[in-house]
Design a protein around this ligand. Structure first.
Ligand SMILES: *Cc1c(COP(=O)(O)O)cnc(C)c1O
Length: 873
């Protein structure tokens, strides 16, 4: 295709309507209902046609209508009030401005951002989480700068063939008709970044900026004329293409992204980030670019690595190996080696960062998550369970440490309430508590505000649920008709779609991407049993399903087809539907309209899951496997836990057992409770569960809570480390680590003794007695100030392994006659009955380490002097 120049005619707004342009160009409209209402009143029919996208609306609205509005004093009053409100929101102090000792700025990198369906740059949970992170940061006043790519086709649009096979479409997204604008250099030119590629080629990308409330989001787009065709295609689509294509995308995101941030700060005067947050491994190359910057300033690799690590936060998002990027070392060496983009950075050192140095690791692969861990001093998973799973999964990178001590913490994901709570729910909340309290509840998560939900009368809750369900039913019918027309049906055949679903029937939702671990078709395990539930004469259920399979995943597409075929059956098609093209817009009607949100992943592969949180915020009850966030917050009253057959290795058998558990719950608990509508025709116990869900889960599942956790637990400590590890301090820390690594083979625990009667070995002691522990330790050339010697004591299991031991510091009391050997001492109080044990370990210690596991160095006594076990009576 010949390159054509594209132009988009931007509407010229009459002077009094100028603020409409400002409101449209700040994506705050996507979660601010008053602003959306204002756009709707510009042209209600046009708003529907524009699918709720103000830029499209303004591009299509007639001159006459604009002229009329420009003279409509009521409209202008509303317009000016909205513009003023936005100005206050973006300029006034917020939560962050009341805190102290926090980073001046944080750069947040992600391969996808789901902010609104009008900017379709996301595929699923990871992107929507990133969007919610930006929005919550904006609400809280956190000085975040987002960094991502602008994909020409975004992710694909899904439709179905007549046979129910997934079809993919890739509409072209013209930046000029998206809510993005060019970042301009002082001379007015469009700011860009350039990367040198191997073979003398260059990759240039333009920097676009999107305003997400207070937070700028920079997006890089390689579709520029000065690029060769191959380079133009680097940002063609999200998660498409082969390995090299992915690597180029990640180079642009990581390396180009840092350059874009520097350009943004230079042009706008925004403070430089003190913390860089990598949302999953895809953006991890940002750490290498920052090493290059520092090498350029004269630091050697090790010192630059320390400086970069200090201010980097890495979040891992999946325990599924297929979700982690791994490239061949050759490919990485080719692109990041000599003549590549990172001059002055030793490619051998780069390759070491991504090496899978644990048992079972592949020596030929470069693992982006492993590199992420090594380039970040602080790392986290996204739910308590996922934190534990990640510590197990990556434990090999910290040999000698128990998984419990692996330095990966967790911050449970959250969702942005103003985006995901239906306006009807907000209105009820506003009426009940007054608008300011409702705002406090949604943004800050004030538990007292949520507690007030307990006072909402049954009738109001039930009426609200019915309204939301009815809206979903209408939306489903409309979407189903459109889908069938697309599948080749004509209107005469589609009369039945007018009667699909029933606004008074228990409604269950299931929507998510279709990787195999999410088990889209588990519900089809026993089709007769499912059909019987759908068609039950007194207690029927109805199910709405949606989800996209990755374009390269034929087995996922087969699952979609299997499900679609079931929903096509005339016997049940009025009770179960598959809606194609799951996106944020569909989600916003779907979650609130369901009574029950179903989730049945293969535990523990769902890192967190967020759709159930969005459902819960609208009073929908969760029915889920105890995985991700549900493992943490299910309390027996806020929904149901599908029993899992953990440990059953035969997957088919496991599916069988878990599907049976799901059916049992639906038949015996969920449906009976929903239809127990005795007095006043309302299910009181159900309504009680809805209220309980809102009061107890409401404050927890918020993205505002999540972002405050990130600020307090990761960003603030990372900024302090960043300030402490610069220049000479970085050189010194790197030198110290080198010396410790060199000396460590000489570190040993030579002898452990107590005033315990039998000495090491089996023994019986009195409850409540205190022993003195004395240990001889060899430190090689290290000084006692450079190590921690700890007593580990606690209960032991049947295999004589310590379980969750307490670490008690021992003190050096004497230097022995032998050079480099010291005596350490400390008390051990025996205050627990039952089998117990203790041992001693030596760890490196330095005030600039985030945890003592950081270097992956630890020394225990040799086997013979090993753990002492005993029984307390
Ligand atoms: C929230 C959301 C997701 C992620 O849901 P999970 O429960 O994490 O699978 C995916 N797609 C859309 C459109 C969403 O809104």
């Amino acid at each position: 295709m010949k390159a054509i120049r594209r132009f988009t005619v931007r509407t010229v707004l009459p002077e009094p309507l100028r603020p409409l342009g400002e409101l449209a160009s700040n994506l705050r409209w996507s979660w601010h209902h008053e602003t959306r209402d204002l756009f709707q009143s510009v042209d209600p029919a046009g708003w529907r046609a524009a699918q709720g996208d103000p830029v499209r609306l303004l591009g299509a609205v007639s001159k006459e209508r604009l002229a009329a509005l420009a003279g409509d004093r009521r409209f202008l009053r509303r317009l000016n009030a909205a513009a003023e409100d936005l100005a206050d929101y973006t300029a006034g102090p917020r939560w962050y401005q009341d805190q102290s000792d926090l980073p001046a700025a944080i750069a947040y990198f992600s391969p996808e951002f789901g902010i609104t369906s009008a900017l379709p740059q996301y595929s699923g949970g990871l992107g929507i989480l990133a969007g919610d992170h930006l929005k919550a940061a904006s609400d809280l006043g956190v000085p975040l700068v987002g960094v991502g790519l602008l994909y020409r086709h975004g992710y694909f649009r899904q439709s179905l063939s007549r046979e129910g096979w997934q079809q993919e479409h890739y509409p072209v997204l013209d930046p000029n008709s998206l809510p993005v604008g060019p970042l301009r250099e002082p001379d007015g030119s469009h700011a860009q970044v350039t990367l040198a590629l191997t073979g003398g080629r260059t990759l240039t990308a333009r920097i676009w900026s999107v305003q997400v409330g207070r937070v700028p989001l920079l997006l890089l787009d390689s579709d520029v004329e000065s690029n060769q065709p191959a380079e133009r295609d680097v940002t063609d689509r999200l998660y498409g293409g082969g390995s090299e294509h992915r690597l180029l995308q990640e180079m642009l995101l990581g390396i180009g992204g840092v350059r874009a941030v520097r350009a943004y700060c230079r042009i706008t005067g925004h403070p430089d980030p003190e913390v860089f947050h990598t949302n999953e491994g895809h953006a991890g190359l940002l750490g290498l670019e920052r090493i290059r910057e520092l090498s350029h300033e004269g630091l050697d690799f090790d010192a630059a690595l320390e400086a970069v690590r200090a201010g980097t936060v890495f979040t891992t998002h999946t325990p599924v190996p297929a979700g982690i990027d791994r490239f061949t070392r050759d490919l990485v060496a080719r692109h990041l080696g000599d003549g590549g983009e990172l001059p002055g950075v030793d490619v051998g050192r780069i390759l070491e960062l991504g090496r899978e140095t644990y048992p079972g690791g592949d020596p030929d692969l470069f693992n982006m998550a492993v590199m992420g861990m090594r380039l970040a001093q602080r790392a986290n998973g996204v739910s308590t369970l996922h934190g534990a799973v990640s510590r197990e999964m990556f434990a090999g990178l910290w040999p000698g440490f128990d998984p419990d001590d692996v330095p990966i913490t967790s911050i449970t994901n959250g969702v942005h309430a103003p985006t995901w709570v239906a306006p009807e729910v907000l209105r009820l909340g506003g009426r009940q508590f007054g608008p300011s309290r409702a705002e406090d509840a949604l943004m800050i998560g004030g538990a007292e505000s949520w507690a007030a939900v307990a006072d909402v009368p049954d009738a109001a809750v039930w009426e609200l649920r019915r309204t939301l369900r009815e809206q979903l039913v209408e939306d489903v019918r409309r979407r189903l008709r459109a889908s069938w027309r697309q599948r080749g049906a004509n209107d005469a055949e589609l009369g039945w779609t007018d009667h699909v679903l029933d606004p008074d029937v228990l409604t269950i939702g299931f929507a998510r991407r279709v990787p195999s671990y999410k088990r889209l078709t588990l519900m089809l395990r026993d089709q007769e049993r499912l059909a019987a539930m759908l068609l039950h004469p007194e207690r029927p259920i109805q199910i709405v399903v949606a989800g996209k399979a990755h374009p390269a995943d034929d087995s996922g597409k087969r699952l979609v087809q299997e499900l679609v075929r079931f929903t096509d059956d005339p016997r049940v098609r009025h009770r179960i539907v598959f809606l194609p093209d799951y996106d944020m817009r569909m989600a916003r009607t779907l979650y609130p309209g369901c009574d029950v949100w179903l989730n049945n992943p293969l535990r523990p592969l769902e890192a967190c899951g967020t759709s159930g949180m969005k459902a819960a915020l609208n009073g929908c009850l969760n029915l889920s496997v105890l995985d991700g966030w549900w493992d943490e917050w299910y309390d027996g009253e806020n929904g149901w836990a599908i029993p899992t057959a953990d440990g059953v290795a035969d997957e088919d058998r496991r599916d069988e057992l878990e599907a049976a558990g799901l059916y049992d719950l639906l038949e015996q608990q969920v449906a009976p409770r929903f239809y127990d509508q005795g007095r006043h025709g309302m299910p009181q116990r159900w309504i009680q569960m809805v209220r309980h869900t809102l009061t107890t889960l409401g404050p927890k599942v918020l993205a505002g809570r999540m972002v405050r956790d990130y600020v307090g637990q990761l960003y603030a400590p990372a900024a302090r480390s960043h300030r402490a590890v610069q220049g000479e301090d970085a050189v010194e820390l790197a030198g110290w680590k080198r010396r410790v690594r060199q000396e460590w083979p000489r570190v040993a625990v030579d002898h452990v003794e107590t005033d315990f009667a039998e000495g090491p070995g089996e023994g019986v002691a009195e409850m409540g007695s205190t022993l003195t522990l004395r240990v001889q330790v060899a430190l090689g050339g290290l000084d006692p100030s450079e190590v921690d010697v700890q007593l580990l004591a606690g209960p032991v299991d049947t295999a004589d392994r310590l379980r969750g031991p307490e670490a008690i510091p021992l003190k050096p009391v004497a230097r022995t006659d032998v050079e480099g050997r010291f005596t350490y001492e400390g008390p051990l109080t025996l205050d627990r009955t039952g089998p117990f044990g203790y041992t001693v370990r030596v760890l490196p210690a330095h005030p600039l380490l985030a945890t003592s596991a950081e270097l992956g160095l630890v020394t225990f006594p040799p086997e013979a002097e090993g753990m002492t076990a005993g029984v307390l009576r």
